[in-house]
Design a protein. Structure first.
Ligand SMILES: [Fe+2]
Ligand SMILES: [Fe+2]
Length: 159
């Protein structure tokens, strides 16, 4: 991102990057959690759950990549140290269920994680609206995907 592009950002860049980095860490935790549950899920109809978890894991990894790209363009660096990911995240890592066949628990975990993600991106969207168009655009794109993730799993809960 060029000088002028950074100059028109009407926000404290350091603070903005801090928020983006926290979201970046959240995405890695979410990716790992969903990927892990996809690999280990068992029991009846496990294949459907595996497919959904793998799909969402892929989306979260994509979000991490998009945020890393944006942070870099803003002239900063995404968190480099793996052990710093959890420390810098907005919420602690949620443990996968002990019983890998506990589909209801998996659904509750995902629904909660997605609700947290929606809150995080809603806050960043409000902060950046009209202040940093580029960030706002990416954040609302990610937010709309988190909204559909929540919906997918909320619908399962109602069954
Ligand atoms: Fe995400
Ligand atoms: Fe998500």
């Amino acid at each position: 991102m060029g000088k002028q592009a950074r100059a028109i950002v009407d926000l404290n860049l350091k603070e903005l990057v801090k928020d983006l980095n926290k979201a970046y860490c959240d995405e890695w935790l979410a990716f790992y959690l969903y990927w892990y549950m996809a690999q280990t899920v068992s029991g009846r109809a496990y294949e459907d759950m595996q497919e959904m978890l793998n799909k969402i894991a892929k989306d979260e990894l994509e979000h991490a990549g998009e945020l890393a790209d944006l942070i870099t363009k803003l002239g900063d660096v995404p968190v480099a140290n793996l052990t710093e990911l959890e420390k810098n995240a907005n919420a602690p890592y949620m443990m996968p269920p002990k019983n890998s066949a506990d589909i209801n628990r998996i659904i509750r975990i995902v629904t909660e994680a997605e609700a947290q993600a929606i809150d995080v991106y809603n806050k960043i969207a409000k902060k950046t609206q009209g202040k940093d168009h580029n960030t706002y655009q990416l954040i609302t794109h990610i937010l709309s995907e988190e909204i559909s993730h929540e919906e997918m799993f909320e619908n399962l809960q109602e069954r």
